[in-house]
Design a protein around this ligand. Structure first.
Ligand code: DAH
Length: 343
């Protein structure tokens, strides 16, 4: 075959194949055209490739080059027809999407370390018979102060030391007027809420957020968590309190933990103590405790001649930090996943 004839046969094949593929309007027509032109066995391209053997040896190079061009043009038309009939651009499939590339690992969240600590503490105290109770974070002065034997002129009620919610009144007036609300500054509020609603004996803990206008530093944050404990029964002693706290600390912090009571004062306990744990060779205060003050029992309608009890309040962040060796409370609330994902 002359080069001339071969090239015009190629041209004819190219225009016919492209026209047919472009005109294919359903998958059957497309498949028939595909087999007809680029089929591996009897396709027209394969056919014409064989005929190239009949072209003079000198002309084969240019014949081969043209054949390749035609082949590519037809294959392109096949691909276009295929994508057009399978929905083409409308299918939402990104043509640059490469399914063989490794995927993006989905990030799976996990429980915040403080929430994990709350679950753990609740579980340890539950084993000693303490049931979890809850109270609101927006409190009234009765539960946050009055029933806890904190008198009106006590510095703990100062507007500068509490988050009072907006009212018409300003300054010191605010803490006294009816309808005043504040973000609770301690979980001791729950002692009152529980005792006002049930008869002794009582054995509860309450874990939750408390708020104080402190400037954040390594050991302070304006929002933090406390674990409150309250046990009311007959003949409760301070030895019971110390035992419960020692068993608790041993369980949560490990067998090597040392605990110390220091005389102190809280309006709602008498006597009162500060509870210290040993941390890196130093005694660190983890909270307060004491025997429930008779005035608190009276405020909830209990008879202080009949019942006695102890109460304690511990800092949840401090416990979590001591257990995990965290040095700065702000790390817990920075939202920095490099820190949080370690827990
Ligand atoms: N409510 C106290 C505080 O936030 C801690 C506390 C001390 C709680 C003594 C108690 C207690 O139950 O008996 O500083």
């Amino acid at each position: 075959m002359s080069l001339q004839n071969f090239l015009s046969a190629l041209d004819a094949l190219q225009s016919e194949a492209i026209a047919t593929l472009d005109a294919a309007s359903d998958p059957e027509a497309f498949e028939a055209a595909r087999v007809k032109y680029v089929g591996q066995k009897k396709g027209a391209l394969k056919d014409i490739q064989k005929q190239m053997g009949g072209v003079a040896a000198d002309d084969r190079k240019s014949a081969g080059m043209r054949l390749n061009e035609v082949k590519q043009a037809i294959e392109k038309a096949v691909a276009e027809a295929q994508s057009r009939l399978s929905g083409g651009g409308d299918s939402g499939v990104d043509p640059t999407f490469d399914p063989t590339l490794p995927g993006v690992r989905p990030t799976i969240g996990h429980i915040h370390p403080i929430t994990q600590t709350i679950t753990h503490l609740t579980e340890i105290m539950g084993r000693m018979g303490f049931e979890a109770a809850e109270g609101p974070e927006v409190e009234d002065p009765h539960h946050n102060f009055v029933a806890l034997n904190i008198p009106e002129d006590h510095p703990a009620r100062d507007p500068l030391d509490n988050f009072y919610l907006a009212t018409a009144a300003t300054g010191t007036e605010k803490q006294n007027i009816e309808g005043t609300r504040l973000l609770r500054s301690q979980t001791s509020t729950v002692q009152i809420r529980v005792m006002a609603n049930r008869k002794p004996p009582v054995r509860v803990i309450s874990l939750g957020r408390v708020y104080r206008p402190d400037d954040p530093d390594a050991t302070h944050f304006p929002m933090f968590h406390q674990m409150e404990g309250l046990l009311v029964d007959t003949h409760v002693t301070m030895a019971n309190l110390k035992t419960v706290l020692r068993v608790f600390a041993t369980n949560y912090l490990g067998g090597d933990v040392e605990i110390r009571f220091r005389p102190s004062f809280f309006p709602f306990t008498e006597p009162s103590v500060e509870v210290d744990f040993l941390w890196d060779g130093n005694w660190i205060e983890f909270g307060g405790a004491g025997m429930v003050d008779p005035n608190v029992f009276r405020a909830v309608g209990y008879d202080p001649e009949e019942v006695s009890g102890f109460a304690f309040g511990l800092g949840v962040e401090r416990l979590c930090m001591r257990r995990h060796g965290i040095k700065d409370i702000r790390d817990l609330y920075s939202g920095d996943m490099r820190f949080l994902s370690q827990f």
